[in-house]
Write a protein that binds this ligand. Structure first.
Ligand code: AR6
Length: 176
């Protein structure tokens, strides 16, 4: 199936979405925080943090641009894929490449774990201050390129919490 029919957009809370994997915009400590990270740990319960702690013990957290996978605890999803987006520091510190890596590595981890549906928040566009328009362009194009080359993922859903991100992702999807 064409990649265009395998990308969806919705507005709301990612913790409510029933897919194989939801993606968390985490930090390198993997030990929780605010924003979507806080919402996922609150709604999913302590099992998620327990598995994060085991990953930290094994590999010492998660580098920016990389991704790890845990249970989704009490959430309707099966897995949480935790990825660490870049903090925006003006744009000449490799931020765009690192954000691209977040999407690509999360998608690959989903495929490696036999997921066919995955939902993304707008990584780095909250407290990490990545400009929303540039982030939307990277998100949509990285997902489209990945789906074009990969037949096993059935659906990728962008779950936007704010209207501005919803409009920006929608605009990028129309350009595909
Ligand atoms: N569902 C979907 N999207 C959400 C939700 C939700 N429940 N809550 C917020 N968002 P942010 P970052 C959106 O700040 O910029 C944490 O403390 C939000 O509107 O959560 O990558 C981590 O521990 C925004 O569009 O993540 C890190 O320290 C998007 O999620 C740091 O924040 C990302 O905003 C990561 O910062």
């Amino acid at each position: 199936m064409s990649f265009r029919n395998r990308i969806d957009l919705t507005k709301g809370d990612i913790t409510k979405v029933k897919v194989d994997a939801i993606v968390n915009a985490a930090n390198t400590s993997l030990l929780g925080g605010g924003g979507v990270d806080g919402a996922i740990h609150r709604a999913g319960g302590p099992e998620i943090l327990n598995e994060c702690r085991k990953i930290v013990a094994r590999q010492g957290g998660c580098k920016t641009g990389e991704a790890v996978i845990t249970t989704a605890g009490n959430l309707p999803a099966r897995f949480v894929i935790h990825t660490v987006g870049p903090v925006w520091n003006g744009g000449d510190k490799g931020e765009e490449k690192k954000l691209t890596d977040c999407y690509r590595n999360s998608l690959q981890l989903a495929v490696d774990n036999k997921c066919s549906t995955i939902a993304f928040p707008n990584i780095s566009t909250g407290v990490y201050r990545f400009p929303k328009a540039a982030a939307a362009q990277i998100a949509v194009h990285t997902v489209a390129d990945f789906l074009d080359a990969n037949e096993t993922l059935g659906k990728v859903i962008f779950v936007c919490f704010d209207e501005e991100s919803y409009e920006l992702i929608s605009k990028e999807m129309m350009l595909l």
